[in-house]
Design a protein around this ligand. Structure first.
Ligand code: BDR
Ligand code: CA
Length: 324
């Protein structure tokens, strides 16, 4: 049953280890009207399978899963199996899914829910292909969407390329459609998500909870964390996607500043970059303290500039402890 007292969201996802963390966090803190799936970390069949497996092990099968699009709007398809494994969720042994898929297509589901649910928000944590397709199908959609909390982009460097973050880089043209639609946007990018790491200590805390969900999560984060360490030298996997959820749950976890964000669609070295105009910011370093910058009149997004990692972990661990 959905809880009408919480903010209503659709999670558009490509699970993916950190997508699973986002789903678990959101299902207890927000009114999740459905998961729509998209290609991304792995292909669409597999991300859809992973979404169903997640809802099943977490006993959340009242949330519908609706399949979305399998290919980017324009560019060639790319995946992220080098980070998440061939299944997209390597690590734990999960039972094959049995819950039925929701009817129809993700784009139709998003539009239909926007008519039924007042103040619906979108939580895109994969490539923005479904969101862009829904916006193209129904140009009136922005008037019925409260906001989008997007995991994507970066105020600093990328991960898929030196300049582009994976979700945006997978479908930059779709990201352009989403960022120019006029919907209020929270952009939760790599500059903050890379500060929230599932270190071996955090994984041990999770494993010690000793529930079915926590064991699966610990197995996922062990696999994901080792891949991260091998690829980037970081001390664990970054909790990218759940931070976009946390931004809707607790305003003291992520701090935002208004900026204009353009998606680079032409650069040989910058294709898929989120070009954030932060010239008005007095300082990029949160440690330098907060001055009040003048509001950027052209701003189309609130861009995450700082994060309280300990506060995020407190929330995440408290929520995870509620799962069987
Ligand atoms: C994003 O890319 C994916 O690998 C993760 O699930 C996350 O959504 C981080 O760049
Ligand atoms: Ca994702």
């Amino acid at each position: 049953m959905s809880d009408r007292t919480k903010p209503a969201v659709i999670i558009d996802c490509d699970p993916g280890h950190d997508d699973v963390m986002a789903i678990l966090l959101a299902a207890r803190t927000l009114d999740v009207r459905g998961l729509t799936t998209v290609f991304g970390n792995v292909d669409l069949e597999q991300t859809t399978r992973n979404a169903r497996q997640t809802l099943e092990f977490a006993q959340l099968t009242s949330i519908p899963v609706v399949k979305g699009l399998a290919h980017p709007l324009v560019r060639d398809i790319r995946h992220g199996a080098h980070v998440h494994g061939e299944s997209g969720l390597d690590g734990p042994t999960l039972a094959p899914p049995t819950m039925p898929l929701g009817d129809g297509l993700a784009t139709e589901f998003i539009i239909q829910q926007s008519h039924i649910v007042e103040n619906l928000s979108l939580l895109p944590i994969g490539p923005l292909t479904n969101v862009a397709a829904a916006l193209r199908l129904d140009p009136t959609l922005p008037s019925r969407i409260k906001e989008m909390s997007i995991m994507g982009g970066s105020l600093t460097s990328g991960n898929a390329t030196p300049t582009a973050e994976f979700n945006i880089w997978c479908d930059p043209e779709a990201a352009h459609v989403a960022f120019t639609a006029g919907i209020p946007i929270k952009m939760v990018g790599l500059n903050v998500t890379r500060q929230v790491m599932a270190t071996p200590e955090r994984r041990a805390q999770i494993r010690a909870m000793n529930s079915v969900a926590s064991r699966h999560v610990a197995d996922m984060l062990d696999f994901y964390g080792e891949r991260y360490r091998a690829i980037s030298g970081l001390p664990g996997g970054a909790m990218h996607d759940p931070l976009a959820v946390a931004a809707l749950v607790d305003p003291d976890i992520v701090r935002f500043e208004p900026m204009h964000v353009a998606i680079e669609l032409h650069g040989a070295h910058t294709y898929g970059m989120t070009v954030c105009d932060h010239r008005h910011l007095p300082a990029h370093d949160p440690a330098a303290g907060r001055l009040t910058p003048p509001r950027d009149a052209n701003a189309n997004a609130e861009v995450a500039v700082a994060v309280d990692s300990d506060r995020f972990w407190q929330l995440f661990l408290d929520v995870l402890a509620t799962y069987p």
